[in-house]
Design a protein around this ligand. Structure first.
Ligand SMILES: N[C@@H](CCC(=O)N[C@@H](CS)C(=O)NCC(=O)O)C(=O)O
Length: 260
């Protein structure tokens, strides 16, 4: 089984954590064409959206991390990542959805400023301040959902924990982690001890050595950043419409498939 991924992708990390929790062996490939929108290689031919993660299981090809997570849960039911009761299952899925949409967009937007250099001076400060405010709101919401339990699903690690993990980790690395005396901070300390998570985060850290080449590919135009749905909205609502307009003018921003 093959997982197309990028080690820094929180969506891919969620899937790797889930596969490791279920002890399912898999190979990974970071497609060279990622970020180009090209559809003429095996990755692009199998997934016209040209987004990672994408799972190849024999003849089955699955894109979108939520659909992949559902596929994994149904194909390898043990140990289950979703809780049993309909209400608890809905709670887990809501946490995943908030992480995949609102929370991911905040961490991505912060990276557009700090790693990809999309803004400088006052605009950069405005965007970073928006990211900090929104991160605090989202972490407050997650803290309420966590309650007193060791994990989001209660006594056992599961679906919601795998979904929150990559994003809270990114916030911590960005200096926007939860205050040390909070339940969310205690959850994070438990989380990083978990083997499925520790390996996944180690792979993310190791990929830092490849980031200069990736950034250079975006600088030269070999790759073009995809501004899709929540990410585009984040940039505009946080005060960065100039970033979007400049990116469109200069050809350093593209939208999602279909490109016609
Ligand atoms: N909704 C998708 C989003 C996946 C996504 O946006 N992945 C990013 C990497 S974090 C990607 O592959 N972007 C394509 C590109 O930048 O060209 C999912 O949950 O899998």
């Amino acid at each position: 089984m093959l997982l197309y991924e990028a080690p820094g992708s929180p969506y891919a990390q969620k899937i790797k954590i889930a596969l490791r929790e279920k002890s399912v062996p898999f190979d990974v490939e970071w497609p060279d064409s990622l970020g180009t929108g090209r559809t003429d290689d095996p990755f692009g031919l199998a997934n016209p959206r040209t987004q990672v993660p994408m799972l190849v299981d024999g003849d089955t090809r699955v894109f979108d991390s939520t659909i992949i997570l559902e596929y994994i849960e149904e194909r390898w039911p043990e140990p289950p990542l979703l809780p049993r009761s309909p209400a608890d299952r809905a709670a887990a899925r809501m946490i995943e959805d908030v992480c995949d949409t609102q929370y991911e967009a905040v961490t991505w937007g912060y990276g557009e400023v700090t790693a990809f250099g999309r803004a400088s001076g006052e605009l950069a400060e405005t965007l970073k301040a928006a990211a900090a405010r929104q991160t605090a709101v989202l972490q407050g919401w997650l803290t309420e959902r966590l309650g007193d339990g060791p994990w989001f699903g209660g006594a056992t690690f599961g679906w919601a924990d795998a979904s929150v993990a990559p994003l809270l980790h990114r916030s911590v690395l960005n200096g926007m982690g939860p205050a040390p005396d909070t339940a969310l901070a205690a959850w994070y300390r438990r989380l990083v001890e978990r083997p499925s998570v520790a390996v996944t985060f180690t792979e993310y850290a190791a990929a830092a050595s490849r980031m200069p080449a990736v950034l250079e590919a975006f600088r030269t135009g070999a790759k073009v950043r995809e501004y899709r749905d929540y990410r585009l909205e984040w940039m505009i609502r946080s005060g960065g419409i100039e970033v979007v307009l400049a990116g469109l003018r200069d050809g350093t921003i593209r939208f999602s498939w279909p490109h016609a």
